[in-house]
Design a protein around this ligand. Structure first.
Ligand SMILES: Cc1cc2nc3c(=O)[nH]c(=O)nc-3n(C[C@H](O)[C@H](O)[C@H](O)COP(=O)(O)OP(=O)(O)OC[C@H]3O[C@@H](n4cnc5c(N)ncnc54)[C@H](O)[C@@H]3O)c2cc1C
Length: 300
């Protein structure tokens, strides 16, 4: 009879009651400190010994970091808002419809009740599903350390696979999405099974000004580069155009240019060649749907 022994790495556990306590704990813990939100990524890393944790700072009691607020010029999403709450966010504001649709196909229903939006972003996986759609929504993140706060574009958060630019003890507190203009947001995602991470994901957002011209065009990808990625080569072809000028040919050209910004790899899930092909097709479809939505009056 054989016996299997599992070695459990131990860590200190801190549970602050408020944001000030959390950043103080983060500063005290230094390099070995990790914020614990839903724990759905962290638990796996800990089990697989991918990254050491010396101090786990449980932030689940920070109720001020939960929920979605809509103001006159922006939507504010608290860091600890769960994927299950994001799933219902289309009822909060129509611009969140696509974010909600993506959250609804992530993980499993049980995991979505624990997993948070900040955990998905700060884990910095190239396949983080919420990142591309938040990037096309123009999202900014706000963070806090014991020294003070800062705000940065979401796309500047990602440094390398599973590596963000956040310093030790830097807490993401909320995400801000600017409002304004008539905006259409669409996405396409391919995964092998309903619980698997995406093979590729493309999101796009087109915004019209009062004169009926595209004032901003954003395209972003997941799972086709070392980090979630903006695709500016495709965007540039769309800005300044009227809806009538956004012909199927131009959208195909923009999708091809955008796909050129991708830098996919072969891995256990699929090949780089498939990812490059799929991201072009998904982008062309998403752009076509966004133009169709704006043509019938948009979401707002
Ligand atoms: C079965 C399963 C299926 C999954 N499917 C998907 C999927 O389809 N798509 C997908 O994108 N992901 C998927 N995931 C990954 C994971 O569930 C998500 O990334 C989730 O959103 C992580 O959130 P969390 O709150 O659990 O993060 P945690 O595990 O608590 O934290 C993740 C990382 O972020 C840091 N962190 C958390 N909050 C903050 C904060 N406020 N400030 C600074 N740092 C912070 C932590 O220290 C840690 O490094 C899946 C996971 C599982 C277990």
């Amino acid at each position: 009879m054989s016996t299997t022994t599992t070695e459990i790495a131990r860590f200190a556990f801190v549970r602050p009651d408020d944001v000030a306590g959390a950043v103080a704990a983060g500063a005290a813990a230094g390099q070995g400190g990790r914020f614990w939100a839903g724990g759905t990524d962290l638990m796996l890393e800990w089990q697989r010994k991918q990254r050491s944790i010396e101090t786990s700072i449980d932030i689940t009691r920070l109720s001020e970091l939960r929920g979605i607020d809509v103001g006159p010029s922006e939507i504010r999403i608290g860091a600890l808002t769960t994927l299950a709450e994001i799933e219902r966010a289309a009822a909060v504001h129509p611009d969140l419809e696509t974010l909600a649709a993506i959250a609804a196909v992530m993980c499993t229903p049980q995991t979505r009740t624990l997993a948070t939006v900040a955990g998905n972003l700060c884990n910095a996986s190239p396949a983080a599903d919420l990142a591309p759609v938040l990037m096309v929504l123009g999202a900014r993140i706000t963070t806090l350390t014991a020294e003070g706060g800062r705000e940065l574009e979401l796309e500047d958060l990602f440094a390398a696979p599973k590596q963000s630019v956040l310093a030790d003890g830097e807490l993401l507190t909320h995400i801000t999405i600017p409002l304004g203009g008539r905006r259409a947001v669409r996405y396409g995602r391919i995964a092998r099974t309903v619980v698997d991470i995406a093979l590729t994901l493309s999101a796009c957002a087109l915004t019209l000004d009062d004169q009926g011209r595209i004032i901003t065009a954003r395209i972003a990808f997941g799972s086709v580069a070392p980090t979630p990625l903006r695709a500016p080569s495709g965007e540039q072809l769309l800005v300044g155009k009227t809806l009538a000028e956004l012909t199927p040919e131009l959208l195909a050209e923009a999708a091809t240019a955008a796909a050129g910004d991708a830098n996919p790899i072969d891995d256990i899930r699929t090949s780089a060649a498939y990812r490059r092909h799929a991201i072009r097709v998904l982008t062309q479809r998403a752009l076509t749907e966004a133009v169709a939505q704006l043509s019938v009056g948009g979401d707002q």
